[in-house]
Design a protein around this ligand. Structure first.
Ligand code: ADP
Ligand code: MG
Length: 259
């Protein structure tokens, strides 16, 4: 089992108006190559800020203190400069969000959005890029992908947009896909389809998945390892079957009980 990403003593604190909010308190976990690691916890427990920190989409400033380390390929991502980060972000580590429109541009057709990331990281252009776009859209199960290339996001359904966002995130075969509540905004049937898709892709591409959710039924379907977060703290961390068969922390028991 090879560790792909390791979080060590990660703390994230917001400071404003002489108040401070400890959004994450000394968090520690490891993601193994090719595995699905889930973070589960109720709203406000610090899941999204953890993900955004790994992607370095938020960073320390006068109102935000981030400490600890995020080790990926022997480097601490928290110390990398922007040019080195760009070699990782979107290429080795990609992220998808609850709402596809936060990462899709409403003004651009699907082909352009996927080709942009192909050009940036793989240098593919023109006909080759188009072929790769179609291949990616097929991979994520979009029907008749050639007819979708010139569609704008608003011309697609929520589930189709989610598939396109996943296709763009997978364009450069990342080693790690971070999915923050990827199915929360979808209706139940589409939710199940997208989860199935993520599970298949993980297997097919040998990609690790950091899955963030408030929903234990999602965890049960797809995770290998789980950590439970409550108020910024990891209260329990173990393989998924153990979590359900022998939950230890009262908060975990409460979550399982309310499911
Ligand atoms: P989750 O994703 O688990 O619902 P978040 O990671 O979004 O929770 O938020 C964790 C905590 O950090 C919450 O208490 C939230 O209020 C706080 N927080 C998040 N973003 C900001 C921000 N930009 N400014 C101040 N506090 C924030
Ligand atoms: Mg969140």
């Amino acid at each position: 089992m090879q560790t792909l990403l390791e979080i060590k003593d990660l703390s994230i604190t917001f400071e404003f108006n002489n108040q401070s909010v400890n959004a994450v308190k000394k968090s520690n976990f490891k993601i193994v190559r090719g595995e699905c690691f889930a973070i589960v916890g109720e709203s406000g427990s610090g899941k999204s800020v953890t993900a955004l920190t790994i992607m370095r989409l938020i960073r320390s400033n006068s109102q935000l203190k981030i400490s600890g380390s995020v080790i990926f390929e022997k480097k601490n991502l928290l110390n990398l400069d922007e040019s080195n980060l760009q070699k990782i972000r979107g290429k080795k580590i990609s992220m998808i969000f609850q709402e596809p429109m936060t990462s899709l541009n409403p003004l651009h057709v699907i082909e352009k959005q996927i080709s942009e990331t192909l050009a940036l990281h793989s240098g593919l252009t023109g006909r080759e890029a188009r072929r790769k776009c179609i291949e990616l859209l097929e991979l994520v199960g979009l029907q008749k992908p050639e007819t979708r290339l010139q569609s704008y996001p608003h011309q697609l359904s929520g589930g189709q947009r989610q598939r396109v966002m996943i296709a763009a995130a997978l364009a450069n075969k990342p080693d790690l896909l971070i999915a923050d509540e990827p199915t929360t905004a979808l209706d139940v049937t589409v939710q199940a389809q997208i989860l199935e898709l993520l599970k298949d892709l993980k297997k097919e591409l040998g990609m690790a998945l950091l899955l963030i959710t408030h929903d234990l039924s999602v965890v049960k379907k797809i995770a290998d390892e789980v950590c439970v977060m409550s108020a910024g703290q990891i209260v329990e961390s173990k393989p998924v079957d153990k979590l359900f068969s022998s939950p230890e922390h009262p908060y975990t028991r409460k979550l399982i009980g309310s499911e």
